[in-house]
Structures are given as C-alpha cells and as structure tokens.
Design a protein around this ligand. Sequence first.
Ligand SMILES: Cc1cc2nc3c(=O)[nH]c(=O)nc-3n(C[C@H](O)[C@H](O)[C@H](O)COP(=O)(O)OP(=O)(O)OC[C@H]3O[C@@H](n4cnc5c(N)ncnc54)[C@H](O)[C@@H]3O)c2cc1C
Length: 299
Amino acid sequence: MSLTEKVKEISELEYHQDYDLTGFTTMRLSSRGDLIEVKSIGSLQKLLPLLNAYSKKYLIVGWGANQILPARCEDIVIHLDFPFDQNYLNELRDEYVLPASIGLNHLTGVAVKFGLKGWEVFTGIPASLGGALFMNAGTNLGEIGNLVKSVHLVTKDGHLRIEDIHSKSFSYRHNHFVGPGEVIVGATLIHNGTDSAISQKIKDYLEYRKKTQPLATKNCGCVFKNPSKEFQAGRLIDLMGLKGLSVGGLRISPKHANFIENTGTSNWDQFESLVNIIKSNMDHFYGIEFELEVKIPYH
Ligand SMILES: Cc1cc2nc3c(=O)[nH]c(=O)nc-3n(C[C@H](O)[C@H](O)[C@H](O)COP(=O)(O)OP(=O)(O)OC[C@H]3O[C@@H](n4cnc5c(N)ncnc54)[C@H](O)[C@@H]3O)c2cc1C
C-alpha cells in the first residue's frame, strides 16, 4: 500500500493532493502542494509516525501569518483544525487548556470580557495559538511565553508530550523546546488576575496598531528581526529611502518599512528578490546583516 493510501485510511483528517495553498498564508503568494487537514490529536498521532517512516518531510501552517510558501511546495503542509467548544471561554478560569488551532483573536475577546491581566499581549497578532507559541509572539505589551504553564506536543513517533514551561523555555521570537518533527497540539495558559483597565488598554493598543501597521493588506508581518532594541529594522529600511520600492506586485509598505505588501498576484521569487535588495542595502549602508523573522521553508 502506498503512503497516500495509508494516510487516506486515517480517520479525522483530509488529504488534498496538488492543492492551491495560496490562501493558507496571509501574504497570499501563489503556491501549490499537498495539504493534510488534521481534525484530532489521535489522527495526528497516527499521521506523524507514518510520514516519518516514509521519510516524507512536512511543515505546519497555522494562520500562515509569519510564513511564506514556494510556488511548488515539496513538503506536505499540515494544518490543524481541532474541534473546540467556544462556551469554554465564557467562564473566568485560573487556567485555560486550549487547542493549538484556536486563534489569538478569541483569546483577546476573553481578555476584554474578564480583564485578564497579561492577556493584552495577544492584541492584534494574527495567529493560531500553536504558531504564536512556536514564535513566542509578542508586542510592546509583552510576549506570550510569560503566560504559558505547559505546552502539549505530539512527537514524530506519535507520543503525546507535555513540556512544563520555565524561564528559559522562550527567548525573543523563539522557543527552545519544540524538537524536530514535533507538533504543538495545545497549551495550558495562565494569567495574572483581573483588572478592569485591561479592556481599554486593548482597545487603545488596537487603535495604535491600525495607525502604524498595514493591517488591511496582504503581508506576512515583520519580515526582518530587529537587529537590536535601539535599531528597529523598519526604521533602518525607512532611513535608506526604500519605502514604496516594489518588485512585481510586491512593495515595501509605505506605512511600515518592515512589512512587504502583496498588491496583486505575486510569487516566492519576487519576494526573494525584494528581500535581497533590502539585505544588500543594509549591508552596504550600515554593515548590518539582517536576519529574517518570517519563516521560509528550505532556507
Ligand atoms: C499584519 C501582521 C501583524 C503581525 N504582528 C505581529 C506582532 O505584533 N508580533 C508578533 O510576534 N508577530 C506578529 N506577526 C507575525 C505572526 O502573527 C506571528 O509570528 C504568529 O505567531 C504566527 O502564527 P501563525 O499561526 O500564523 O503561524 P505560522 O505563520 O503558520 O507559522 C509560524 C511558524 O510556527 C510553526 N508552527 C505553527 N503552528 C505550529 C504548531 N502547531 N506546532 C509546531 N510548529 C508550528 C510553523 O511551522 C512556522 O515555522 C504579524 C503578522 C501579520 C501578518
């Protein structure tokens, strides 16, 4: 029996071959490849050992808000879509046990409702919980890593693993515990009590983000990591006069220079060209080597 036939025998997943993946990243670069939508932890526990036994590479796409995919994606794309009863969020709890596929926007809703201290960090970050944990997503208000008690993962041989979180589990936009081939399936989140001022803080911060970031465009968030707290990537690109520069349908956002917007139908090659122009200018003018924040498979 072929790998494809074996995968199709697993219940609670959908296997789409040669699928249009363009809509699976917020940047919407044209992409095609094989997609597996996984609907339960149990089916993921069967899928991962199978793919590994056949040495078939895979990558996880959450909201695809910090990821771009090539025109032809050779790795299998795994997307989690676990069922979740939203009523669970209608109660104030000390801890919330949540699936990786839930969107941070739902958690912001809970933060507003109960005034959960700490949860204002989710404000405006487009992400699945799994992607946010993998990236240690955060804003000026803080990072998600400070709100995590434990992360639940499926290992590549199909075991469920609980990672207890400690002070060294995360660093800037990085986790230190997801092993090769492992997939985050959920997490237990905590908060720092309640405060009625949180709701207003979230509203104010959302307004600020709308003014400073091109949230209504097709983009992948910040393309480059900030070289340091003093040297913000967007500011440096702006100082070089590169705002608005375009390659094909891609352009450096006039609103925030660390964002690249897809204004039409664009592809991976155009993205790479624009990134290389920015990088060589950075090197030439400042002698700084820019590191990508956005995840690009095969790099
Ligand atoms: C308009 C805009 C604004 C943004 N603003 C911010 C911001 O303020 N702060 C910030 O930190 N980020 C920001 N981002 C980037 C992005 O929202 C974050 O990086 C977010 O954490 C990505 O989550 P995701 O679900 O989209 O992950 P994806 O982009 O799908 O994946 C990101 C990485 O995580 C891995 N991954 C995803 N899910 C899992 C899983 N379940 N198990 C294992 N690995 C997994 C992927 O393989 C990939 O390597 C912004 C993006 C956009 C488009």
